[in-house]
Design a protein around this ligand. Structure first.
Ligand SMILES: NC(=O)c1ccc[n+]([C@@H]2O[C@H](COP(=O)([O-])OP(=O)(O)OC[C@H]3O[C@@H](n4cnc5c(N)ncnc54)[C@H](OP(=O)(O)O)[C@@H]3O)[C@@H](O)[C@H]2O)c1
Length: 251
């Protein structure tokens, strides 16, 4: 049994690696921080291969697939991702494009290649509760990338089902999780965060139960459910007010 996890050096991806290793999976772990991956490798009992790749560089996504396509990988977890906190007028375009390359293009490429690999039976794409909302002012591009992940994965789920494929796709949509995400996005969360270990284990367990949409945490599930009944303009105002409290520059 073998699993590939992108973004395994920290946070949710790292906890998923620990759990899958406990379940007996040999692992292929990818991130930019080789040291952190090597450290994790030393902690795990199963066989672990680490790959130092910046997956926002599209060529690296293809290179990774070429390296791993014959490794008989059962599970692919597209987890690597980050957010950019910005107003429309901020000088953040390069960062936002880099985020789209990682959160969208890399995930799409690896999903498309592995879903057509005869050995791969499960794909778990890490989106966010943001992906189920109607837009997130002040994290507009990030919410857009996560909506893409949901929309793309949901559609593939139905194509696989219609084709009577034995392959399964699941999408993880967590609310705030206590990881390195905030630091990179340069924000602070104003809502209670879930523990990364809990989220990772919950997600893997639900993936094995063939769940399509995986939302850890009752409060987030309720928030998403009730948001459906609110008009878009009202939702956007609420969302802006929640998001602006994340701004570290404001007291
Ligand atoms: N934390 C939250 O509140 C939250 C909520 C909803 C969804 N999510 C999603 O959960 C996923 C994991 O995030 P996290 O919260 O665990 O954050 P994290 O602690 O910052 O971990 C992100 C992981 O992605 C890797 N990564 C980042 N940029 C990369 C790149 N260019 N190439 C390869 N790997 C890269 C990082 O490793 P290196 O830095 O070593 O490359 C790290 O292993 C993301 O897709 C995020 O959008 C997080």
């Amino acid at each position: 049994m073998k699993a590939l996890i992108t973004g395994a050096s920290n946070g949710i991806g790292k906890e998923m690696a620990i759990y899958l290793s406990e379940l007996g999976y040999d692992l292929y772990l990818v991130a930019r921080s080789k040291n952190k991956l090597e450290e994790l490798k030393r902690e795990l009992k199963t066989e672990v291969n680490v790959y130092e790749y910046d997956l926002s560089i599209i060529d690296n996504c293809y290179k990774l697939y070429e390296l791993l396509k014959d490794e008989k990988i059962d599970i692919v977890i597209n987890n690597a991702g980050f957010g950019v906190f910005c107003n429309y007028s901020d000088d953040t375009l390069d960062k936002e494009i880099n985020m789209i390359d990682l959160n969208v293009k890399c995930l799409h490429i690896l999903t498309k290649l592995f879903v057509n690999n005869k050995h791969t039976k499960r794909i778990l794409n890490v989106s966010s509760s943001a992906g189920l909302m109607k837009g997130g002012p002040l994290m507009s591009g990030y919410y857009g990338t996560k909506s893409y992940v949901c929309s793309y994965s949901f559609a593939l789920y139905e194509e696989l089902r219609r084709n009577k494929s034995d392959k399964k796709i699941s999408v993880l949509c967590p609310g705030p999780v206590d990881t390195g995400f905030n630091k990179r996005a340069n924000v602070r969360f104003n809502l209670k965060s879930l523990d990364a270990r809990y989220v990772a284990r919950y997600a893997i367990d639900k993936m094995f139960k063939n769940k399509l949409i995986i939302i850890p945490g009752f409060a987030v599930r309720m928030g998403i459910f009730f948001s459906r009944f609110l008009p878009t303009k009202i939702l956007l105002r609420i969302s802006y007010n929640i998001q602006k409290k994340k701004d570290k520059k404001k007291k």
